[in-house]
Design a protein around this ligand. Structure first.
Ligand code: HEC
Length: 143
């Protein structure tokens, strides 16, 4: 009959624990093998993996309403900074005076629905009417 040997059991348990630790560290740290795999996948699909520098560019869409500046910079700026297609320029009192004579509500409504070469909502279909209105206010600030 085999006698229970305490020392040999302790040795078995610690050997098992050591193996587990090695296994875990192999899984949790990205070694050269994993880096190689990542670079091979990237060559084909150019993927971004969380934690890598390229993934920092992946911006999660804000859930709340955008600020006037965000709306202006992402949409309106393209035309209203350069005056493209005759767009009245950003905070240029001369360009806006005759338009402002129509009343700001008319400007809101024309920005939302489009007028002449000005596309509806300034090509921001996901913008709410309120977001377009605050972007108009932002363009007119100080005039
Ligand atoms: C593709 C170019 C373009 C983009 C993008 C654009 N606009 Fe315009 N916008 C114009 C042009 C051109 C006019 C002049 C239209 C006219 O009077 O014929 C104009 C005119 C306006 C006017 C004056 C309307 C009036 O009644 O006189 C407002 C207000 C306006 N844009 C707001 C915005 C806002 C807000 C955004 C962004 C959400 C935006 N625009 C994006 C080209 C653009």
């Amino acid at each position: 009959m085999k006698k229970f040997n305490l020392m040999s059991s302790v040795r078995h348990v610690s050997a098992l624990a050591l193996m587990l630790m090695l296994l875990l560290s192999a899984v949790t740290t990205a070694g050269p093998v994993e880096d190689g795999i990542i670079s091979r996948i990237q060559a084909v699909g150019d993927i971004c993996i969380e934690g890598h520098a390229c993934a920092e560019a992946l911006v999660v869409a804000p859930s709340g309403p955008r600020s006037a500046e965000e709306v202006y910079n992402s949409g309106c700026m393209a035309c209203h900074t350069s005056g493209a297609a005759g767009a009245p320029m950003f905070r240029d009192a001369g360009a806006w005076s005759t338009r402002l004579a129509k009343g700001v509500d008319m400007l809101y409504s024309n920005a939302i629905n489009g007028i002449g070469a000005m596309p509806a909502k300034g090509l921001c279909p996901t913008c709410s009417d309120e977001e377009i209105e605050i972007a108009v206010d932002y363009m007119l600030e100080g005039i």
